[in-house]
Write a protein that binds this ligand. Structure first.
Ligand code: IMP
Ligand code: MG
Length: 183
């Protein structure tokens, strides 16, 4: 399939593939969390598109919440284990089954720091669902409990993912043309 945007070199995961996978993940999560107090937590902003689709594929009662985090000083200093919470959750996690909904698991540094911070709040469980994963980039010891697609080590945009805040609204996951970076 040809991309409908001039800056996209090729499509990595099509709209149809995303749709089918989200339905599959939603069904699986609905089975796994039946009878539980499910709270889906999305990390803004990249995961917002996946969250909106996934929550509608989940057929059991669930609540949603959002948070904004940033790693201190980039890749090197973030190994100190510090994640700065810019916007915290509104809800108390006590006894909840927290499912973190992410756009992409890359180095894993952000989430490997965030999960222990959430675990201190006495949830019943904390698990991770990501639509994309780049296993070859992993630096921290973290694996998703639910994963949509493993992608190669290429910078991807669309389906919530951005380059310089753009391309989040593309309905597929694509690879940018190299000349877009060198502009
Ligand atoms: P990490 O797993 O701590 O390295 O951080 C993952 C975050 O980096 C994601 O939530 C994205 O916001 C961003 N990111 C990583 N890889 C890409 C990519 O290929 N395209 C767009 N954003 C990315
Ligand atoms: Mg981003």
């Amino acid at each position: 399939m040809k991309p409908n945007h001039k800056d996209i070199d090729h499509i990595l995961v099509s709209e149809e593939q995303l749709k089918a996978k989200v339905a599959e993940l939603g069904a699986q999560i609905s089975r796994d969390y039946a009878g539980r107090d499910l709270l889906m937590v999305s990390i803004l902003k990249g995961a917002v598109v996946f969250m909106a689709d996934l929550m509608r594929a989940v057929t059991i009662p669930c609540a949603i919440d959002f948070m904004v985090v940033s790693s201190y000083g980039g890749a090197n200093t973030s190994s100190t284990g510090l994640v700065k919470i810019i916007k915290d959750l509104d809800q108390d996690l006590t006894g909840k089954d927290v499912l973190i909904v992410e756009d992409i698991l890359d180095t894993g540094i952000t989430l490997s720091n965030l999960v222990p911070m959430l675990q201190l709040r006495n949830p019943r469980s904390v698990r991770l669902c990501t639509i994309l994963s780049k296993p070859s980039r992993r630096k921290a010891e973290i694996a998703p409990d639910y994963c949509g697609f493993e992608v190669p080590d290429e910078f991807v945009v669309g389906y919530g993912l951005d380059y310089d805040e753009r391309y989040r609204n593309l309905p597929y996951v694509g690879v940018l043309k190299p000349e877009v970076y060198s502009k």
